[in-house]
Design a protein around this ligand. Structure first.
Ligand code: SAH
Ligand code: SF4
Length: 404
């Protein structure tokens, strides 16, 4: 059985940074070890390596500097030399769109011309950055816009970290690096399947969590997977972030229909992997994402079955109900507000939290499952039709993202 259209699984891409056109090495995305190696190759003496790497790390990740001249704790001579060999460069922002509700969407173009999107979502008590792990996605879930993209490649660690740097640049967050944070949380919920790009995602998150740099706590990072069973345990052990799993159906029949990966890793395999997820306990529950698709997965019976599955596998769970976000050409509709409320109530009554995720940034097509890069964008008329459809869906009373 072929899960991906081109048979690649997982897709492999080298763990290198995007090449700078000048041939200089981009420091963004290098691990501490790689940074030391780069400095050693450049001729920094062995006994200075640690000190130089720490200095650069501080400037790049704690202060957000991309110009060596700003790195005033490094001597002028040294800065001049570093400039000959290195750059600290973000990829290009092709478009930054600001929604009426404060959501910001960045369309980012990498050195090879490929594009991906990142979305910043401000809320009362937090600011969440939704980060992409791939250009496109090989998994073709039928309800997801990203899954229809023709181009797919893994993002490098540098390209993943760059999404955070770009958001912090745009939000003016470097002046006061630890106090008054704007990006307080990260969700690996943008384009792509993060567990098919394990090494790069791991390296990028390690950089983002590093105590001498951006210092984001692992408790504030959530990785979402469609259920790539062989890598789930590794994610818990090696990265240690919160886990979210795209469930979307409670029978293998429906799940395989809407998420082809279920033919490879079925519900039993996914839920067993969840039960074994390192660190899963009541204080850090696993989030199950469930997109509400009219007439497909939204009956009372589905809700009851969902509760039973959580019990059967003894899962410390919370359920995130996502009103389905439409996009041009999709065959599904969102369940009605009443249906979503009833579904949510059934789960709540059984003692499992099931908030409805409030759609954000719909006016700029920034909501879950709507990301698709500009090279494949739709017509203005279609955008108007989408907006009308989105407006018809009023917000649900249990609105909350539920992700922490
Ligand atoms: N590939 C990962 C990360 C994407 S996360 C994963 O699938 O888990 C984004 C979440 O939005 C996932 O739960 C995804 O299944 C869901 N989603 C995708 N398309 C959607 C849509 N059109 N409406 C609502 N949710 C959608
Ligand atoms: Fe890929 Fe996730 Fe979209 Fe499925 S829902 S196609 S796994 S990005």
């Amino acid at each position: 059985m072929q899960v991906t259209p081109n048979g690649h699984e997982p897709i492999i891409s080298p763990r290198v940074n995007f090449a700078d056109p000048s041939g200089k090495v981009n420091l963004l995305g290098l691990s501490r070890e790689e940074l030391k190696d780069a400095l050693r190759d450049f001729g920094v003496p062995e006994k200075q390596l640690r000190m130089r790497a720490t200095q650069l790390w501080h400037w790049v990740y704690h202060r957000g500097a991309s110009d060596f001249d700003l790195m005033t704790t490094i001597s002028k001579d040294m800065r001049a030399k570093l400039k000959e060999a290195f750059v600290v460069e973000r990829p290009e922002i092709v478009e930054a769109q600001y929604s009426e509700d404060g959501t910001r969407k960045y369309l980012i173009r990498f050195a090879d011309g490929n594009e991906a999107e990142a979305v910043y979502i401000p809320e009362e008590d937090r600011g969440t950055l939704c980060v992409s792990s791939q250009v496109g996605c090989t998994l073709n879930c039928k309800f997801c816009h990203t899954g229809t993209m023709r181009l797919v490649r893994n993002l490098t660690a540098g390209e993943i970290v760059a999404q955070m740097m770009i958001a912090r640049d745009d939000l003016g967050e470097w002046e006061n690096p630890t106090k008054g944070r704007k990006v307080t949380n990260i969700v690996m919920m943008g384009m792509g399947e993060p567990l098919y790009n394990f090494d790069n995602v791991k390296q990028a998150l390690e950089i983002i969590m590093d105590e001498e740099g951006i210092q984001l706590s692992r408790r504030r990072i959530t990785l979402s997977t469609s259920g790539v069973v062989p890598h789930m345990e590794r994610a818990g052990k090696e990265i240690g972030v919160n886990l979210a799993v795209s469930l979307h159906a409670v029978t293998d029949e429906i799940r395989s229909e809407i998420m082809p990966i279920n033919k490879k890793y079925n519900l039993d395999a996914v839920l067993t992997a969840c039960a074994n997820y390192p660190g899963a306990h009541n204080a850090r529950r696993i989030t199950f994402e469930y997109a509400m698709l009219k007439g497909i997965n939204d009956s009372d019976e589905d809700a009851r079955q969902l509760v039973q599955l959580m019990r059967k596998y003894k899962l410390p769970a919370k359920v995130n109900l996502i009103p389905f976000n439409p996009w041009p050409g999709v065959e599904y509709e969102c369940s009605s507000d009443e249906r979503i409320k009833r579904f949510s109530d059934i789960i709540y009554e059984e003692g499992i939290s099931a908030p409805v995720r409030r759609p954000r940034g719909r006016d700029i097509m920034a909501a879950c499952g709507q990301l698709k890069s500009a090279s494949e964008k739709k017509s203005k008329a279609q955008i108007a039709r989408d907006l009308a459809a989105a407006a018809a869906l009023t917000e649900h009373q249990h609105s909350a993202t539920g992700l922490s």
